[in-house]
Design a protein around this ligand. Structure first.
Ligand SMILES: [Zn+2]
Length: 387
């Protein structure tokens, strides 16, 4: 499993280059080619770091017939009052980035740097089915980061207006042009902000549509709530980081908090992670004001038992390619699983594009996301130590 990734330049004997080569592994950033490969690297890194591993088996299989699971790696005292937690793959395919970050941090000895009162919990592939199938949604076409809402579900009248244009029966040049025209018309009539809100805040009325939150807790939701109750409620101070990709400028990592300025979780985020923390509910983020997020559910849970805690909970959103390209890829992916054939040449092309819009396989992008993640983890650890 150590040979999952390929070293760089065999001809160059320079030790520094070889060291850098081991760090970067390859000029494409050396991301895994499959969920199974990413999972194997994570499990090997966790085992080598002496982590306590758990695995929640998913009822379905990957496209290769392989097993799917939410894996956790825990390092430190079971009763540690402080916890640093990181999740990957809440949005399936975005897990290539989060998984690589988790594995690299473990491989570079993060577990050895923990203070005696602090434990680390890495949760790998929150949405393993989507990760394995190269999709952002889960097995039920649910956007997991909209699935933690409780009834009454948020209304989204704008989405209903857009739905037919977003999910055409055929996926051709002609239908794509019609869809783009309908979206432009919506923006002209209602404004860009209303369009982004209609499209991406989540909707609970069209199970076959985009950004569908689902009306029942999905498998991943139930598993994650169990993990939160077991591993988070017993702590006094928490830092929680959920890794995402696909929003924002290429390579930029935005720190997102669901809470607004003034809320203790937002303020602790700024105190520990710096002034760049953005609030999705205050409208200062690249993300819309999303409802039913996993992070929001965790914050609610931690506030529910009346205990005094310090909670820092953010997402990091790494930018990849322009938003219209991401949107078109999501539409194509939605069409493919409703009406198309994932094994056809067109299906494979759509899958390649999905990977390309959520993962930039270039060395400089890999370098910057790893550098930023390491810095953010250091800041979170400093914050935990100071509390
Ligand atoms: Zn995401």
């Amino acid at each position: 499993m150590a040979q999952i990734l390929v070293g760089t330049d065999k001809a160059d004997k320079n030790a520094e280059t070889r060291r850098r080569g081991r760090q970067m592994r390859a000029t494409n950033g050396a991301f895994a080619q499959s969920y199974a490969e990413a999972r194997a690297r994570f499990l090997a890194a966790a085992e080598a770091a002496g982590a306590r591993l758990t695995s929640e088996a998913h009822p379905l299989r990957g496209p290769d017939g392989g097993a799917l699971a939410i894996d956790t790696a825990f390092i430190g005292p079971a009763d540690a009052p402080k916890l640093l937690a990181m999740t990957s793959g809440t949005h399936g395919i975005e897990g290539y980035t989060g998984s690589a970050i988790q594995s690299k941090l473990l491989e570079e000895g993060l577990g050895e740097r923990l203070p005696a009162d602090t434990a680390l919990l890495f949760i790998h592939a929150v949405n393993p089915w989507g990760f394995a199938h190269g999709r952002r949604v889960n097995e039920d076409n649910i956007d997991l980061n909209r699935n933690f809402a409780a009834p009454p579900f948020p209304e989204n009248a704008g989405y209903a207006l857009l739905h037919n244009a977003l999910v055409p029966r055929e996926w051709t040049e002609e239908t794509r042009a019609k869809s783009r025209a309908a979206q432009s018309e919506f923006i002209r009539t209602h404004g860009l902000g209303a369009f982004v809100a209609a499209l991406s805040t989540g909707q609970y009325t069209h199970p076959d549509g985009l950004f569908y939150g689902g009306r029942d807790p999905s498998w991943s939701n139930r598993v994650m709530r169990g993990i939160f109750e077991r591993e988070f409620l017993t702590r006094q101070t928490l830092a929680f980081i959920d890794i995402h990709t696909g929003l924002g400028e290429r390579g930029a990592g935005e720190l997102l908090c669901t809470e607004a300025p003034g809320h203790p979780v937002f303020e602790l985020g700024v105190k520990w992670m710096g002034p760049d923390v953005r609030s999705t509910s205050a409208g200062t983020s690249v993300s819309a004001d999303v409802r039913g997020t996993m992070k929001g559910a965790l914050i609610d849970l931690l506030a529910s038992d009346g205990k005094q805690r310090q909670t820092m909970a953010i997402s990091i959103e790494y930018g990849t390619v322009p938003q219209d390209r991401v949107g078109a890829a999501l539409q194509a992916d939605n069409w493919l699983y409703r009406h198309g054939d994932p094994e056809s040449p067109q299906g494979r092309e759509i899958a390649r594009e999905m990977r390309a819009v959520f993962l930039v396989e270039e060395a400089d992008w890999a370098e910057t996301i790893h550098e930023q993640a390491a810095r953010h983890v250091d800041n979170a650890l400093k914050g935990l130590a100071s509390s």
